[in-house]
Design a protein around this ligand. Structure first.
Ligand code: HEC
Length: 360
């Protein structure tokens, strides 16, 4: 604090601007916390707070050799219902008329429904594994291999011959399944975000059948996400860094920590892109994310601390203790029970308007 006299420091500002800066810093802190809540709903599996290495890998790298479509209908239902999580609930809880289908049904009956719905999914995966032929799609009848032929599947998706008899081996109406389960959201004629990723025709579907060599997320999505995040973070972390650089800490501390949050954020976003090629960068996201959060906390608390003298600091410590106490109570009373509840009921989670397109 030796050089505080001969250069501009926040501490010497009048009370009003200091108050504005203090409120701004607190608001950024709260905003960042709510971004973490958003991250939970977008990328974390039910029952866990934040996405782990596996979710980062699926979102940013994909699974080598597996197409995006297959990955999305194979991923566990507990993952968020979006392009980096799982589309599996499209066969069950997110299918048209699911509520009516399971209303007043016993557990066994619901289990049966789930089994035949899963038959649709398995047939689709099998069709993909065997080259996803356009012919089978066009004639809406995919001959099932022996290992799937006897499995339960929704009756209406079994193709019939001219005499109304099922074929032998049975043929599954792949196109109808895709139309009923997916196109109701993913159609160029619909509104909402899924309409941006239409699955109306074989050509549309084929776009998602390329084995992912890298990149879980589509390039459009990644570019969208990059510009939205980078522009807002540049302003926010630029300002928190700027405020920190006008504190009275030694110059090396200010020089290091002032730009740190923004640099870490840029590296983090850089890793989103690099992860398309190399999964190591998807793992690195765990570290860069922590660096951003950690240095933001240091900037906010460090700046607040240095802006005030004895009385102000006492108030600050009291407020922090109160916040920590509140956070502990919130954690015990709200967060932990909520996550437990979510783990037990994966389908309860709704990621908001994004995944709630208006359907008849
Ligand atoms: C209830 C609506 C709904 C249904 C039904 C549905 N999806 Fe989705 N789908 C979404 C939403 C929402 C997203 C996330 C869109 C976004 O990134 O904003 C999504 C994303 C996707 C993506 C990623 C697109 C991209 O490039 O990011 C694919 C692929 C996809 N769905 C395939 C399917 C398949 C296959 C089915 C049928 C088994 C299906 N979806 C059924 C709503 C739906």
């Amino acid at each position: 604090m030796q050089d505080a006299t001969d250069r501009f420091v926040l501490r010497n500002l009048p009370a009003a601007p200091r108050l504005v800066i203090a409120v701004f810093l607190v608001a950024v802190g709260i905003g960042y916390l709510s971004a973490l809540v958003q991250l939970h709903f977008q990328h974390a599996p039910s029952g866990t707070l934040l996405p782990g290495p596996e979710e980062s890998l699926a979102a940013y790298h994909g699974r080598a050799g597996v197409s995006e479509l297959e990955r999305l209908i194979e991923a566990d239902e507990s993952n968020p219902f979006n392009g980096s999580g799982s589309m599996r609930p499209a066969f069950t809880s997110k299918s048209a008329g699911w509520k009516q289908a399971v209303r007043k049904k016993s557990v066994e009956e619901i289990q049966k429904i789930r089994e035949v719905r899963d038959g649709e999914r398995l047939a689709l995966i099998d069709w993909i594994h065997r080259g996803a032929s356009k012919e089978d799609y066009d004639q809406d009848g995919y001959p099932l291999p022996p290992e799937l032929a006897g499995k339960p599947i929704t009756e209406e998706y079994i193709a019939k011959d001219d005499n109304g008899k099922p074929f032998n081996p049975p043929r599954v109406k792949i196109q109808s399944i895709l139309n009923d389960r997916c196109v109701r959201c993913h159609s160029a004629n619909k509104t909402g975000t899924p309409a941006q990723f239409p699955l109306d025709s074989y050509e549309d579907v084929a776009l998602y059948l390329e084995p992912e060599t890298g990149g879980g997320m589509s390039l459009t999505k990644l570019a969208q996400s990059t510009h939205a995040h980078l522009l807002s973070f540049a302003v926010l972390f630029g300002l928190t860094g700027l405020a920190f650089s006008f504190t009275s800490y030694p110059s090396w501390v200010r020089g290091l920590l002032g730009p740190f949050t923004l640099v870490a954020q840029v590296v983090d976003i850089g890793c989103w892109w690099l992860a398309r090629g190399d999964p190591v960068f998807a793992q690195a996201l765990q570290v860069t994310g922590m660096l951003v959060a950690g240095s933001l906390v240091v900037q906010i608390l460090g700046t607040l601390w240095s802006m005030y003298g004895g009385a102000g600091r006492t108030v600050l410590v009291c407020l922090l203790l109160a916040a920590a106490g509140g956070a502990a109570v919130l954690h015990r009373e709200v967060l932990v029970p909520y996550l437990e509840h979510e783990r037990a009921n994966p389908e309860m989670r709704d990621t908001g308007a994004l995944t709630r397109p208006r359907h008849p």
